[in-house]
Design a protein around this ligand. Structure first.
Ligand code: ATP
Ligand code: CA
Ligand code: CA
Length: 428
């Protein structure tokens, strides 16, 4: 926050960043529409589209609108490749623009990196600023990432829908000769894992490490803190129980995803869990069985079939394919224990606590743009001398992935033991 009370990032007002981004994306996606779709070529991963947005706007070679900020430049990385990714996940250009063009909500980032996070008004996308190293790494990751989603769209890995760079020239007073300094802010657009139409009672960011893995005092003060590994163990020493099929679907998905991550020497990623406690949910009203109740239900049902009526209890229609955790791990709801309709649509993973409380979990892997090869080597050598080298979160990628999965599937998630009668049925 600067002296005038504006929120700033790299000394730039953030509203400027957001509006410039909205303008830039609109321009880029609009321009792509005119270009014919073709198969993705290798060059498409390397392409960069550069557009200048002078304050006064311009008409040549292609019109850009006037705006109220200083001149800026937007770079859109691999526009054709990202368009293809968006298509793969069923995001139409008009939908993407509609999401991007409404005001963003700023999220308070519990991370240490200082990245800014925004959520689009429709809850669909997370916009995150990333460091130069991370942006560079995402660029090199694109062909492999593409290979991965072609082979397998059911994944808990982050879905990247765009990579942009906003550039302004800053003229500092101390720079007397008028030479400006270029500022670059790199931005990724990804899928949002935590729905806001379902109340999230607890949130965990888990790595499988115990070293410094406890939410700090600032985080704990927040209305909805992001808890870490040690907090999870304190709060749920017995973990979350999943039925056998769901457990194995989740485990297989994470295993496959981790193999991809390790193959790119990626580490330090987290498993994010948003926990919705079904019994405490005010938004799942019990079905009234009285005649009046039934009449109200009927009226609601009629109204909700009208296109303009939005029932506040029903989740928004799903736009992306494979956008819910249950879709992503390719599991089906157990017919006998199906949660109510609005939770089925929201697609959270059904689970229970040790004392039988019903949960619906929203999960995914996040923060995957750190490659061991790029930066971590030195850090590891240093830290492993100080500690025993196994409990710190900076370790070798394949070791990291192994510890991550072990924590998730031994400590966090447990299989509900099959009932004796069910086992007998299966045998007979
Ligand atoms: P650090 O590198 O210090 O860990 P960071 O700035 O890179 O932090 P992330 O680890 O990517 O940030 O995310 C920080 C928090 O933001 C997560 O713990 C989670 O609460 C939230 N978050 C991140 N990505 C998503 C997402 N795709 N959907 C919902 N919430 C997210
Ligand atoms: Ca992180
Ligand atoms: Ca990070």
């Amino acid at each position: 926050v600067d002296t005038q009370g504006n929120t700033t990032f790299k000394r730039l007002p953030t509203n400027q960043l957001v509006e410039a981004l909205q303008l830039g994306i609109q321009y880029s996606v609009g321009g792509l529409e005119a270009r014919q779709a073709h198969d993705v070529l290798f060059q498409d991963f390397l392409a960069v589209e550069i557009t200048h947005f002078p304050k006064a706007g311009r008409t040549m070679p292609k019109a850009t609108p006037p705006h109220r900020f200083n001149d800026f430049t937007m770079r859109t990385y691999a526009p054709v490749a990202f368009r293809h990714f968006r298509e793969k996940f069923n995001i139409k250009p008009a939908d993407y623009l509609a999401s991007i063009n409404r005001p963003f909500r700023e999220l308070k980032n519990p991370g240490a990196s200082g990245s800014l996070f925004y959520l689009t008004a429709d809850d669909e996308f997370i916009i995150k600023t990333v460091q130069k190293k991370e942006a560079e790494f995402l660029k090199t990751l694109l062909p492999g990432y593409y290979m991965n989603i072609i082979q397998n769209q059911r994944t808990l890995l982050p879905k990247f829908f765009g990579l942009y760079c906003y550039q302004v020239t800053e003229f500092l007073p101390r720079n007397k000769r008028g030479a400006g300094e270029n500022k670059n802010i790199r931005i990724t657009v990804m899928n949002n894992l935590i729905p806001s139409h379902v109340q999230i009672h607890e949130k965990y960011d888990l790595k499988g490490s115990t070293y410094k893995r406890r939410a700090n005092s600032v985080e704990r003060q927040k209305e909805s803190p992001t808890w870490k590994d040690l907090d999870f163990i304190d709060r749920h020493p017995q973990g979350f129980f999943l039925d056998a099929d769901t457990f194995s679907a989740l485990e297989k998905t994470v295993e496959r995803d981790c193999r991809v991550l390790a193959s790119f020497h990626i580490m330090d990623y987290s498993f994010l869990i948003g926990v919705h406690r079904i019994d405490q949910s005010p938004e799942s009203p019990s079905t009234p069985a009285t005649p009046v109740g039934m009449l109200i239900e009927l009226i609601l049902a009629c109204l909700s079939s009208l296109p303009s009526f939005q029932d506040p209890f029903s989740p928004k229609p799903k736009r992306m394919i494979y956008s819910t955790p249950m879709d992503n791990i390719q599991a089906q709801f157990d017919e006998q224990n199906k949660p109510d309709e609005h939770l089925v649509k929201a697609g959270g993973i059904p689970a229970r606590t040790a004392d039988g409380q019903k949960l619906s979990l929203y999960v995914g892997i996040i923060d995957i743009l750190q490659s061991y090869q790029l930066r971590k080597k030195l850090e590891h050598t240093l830290k492993s001398v100080v500690t025993d080298g196994t409990q710190i979160s900076v370790t070798h990628p394949s070791y990291y992935s192994e510890r991550f999965r072990k924590f998730l599937f031994h400590t966090v998630f447990k299989q509900i033991p099959q009932k004796a009668s069910k086992v007998k049925d299966d045998i007979s």
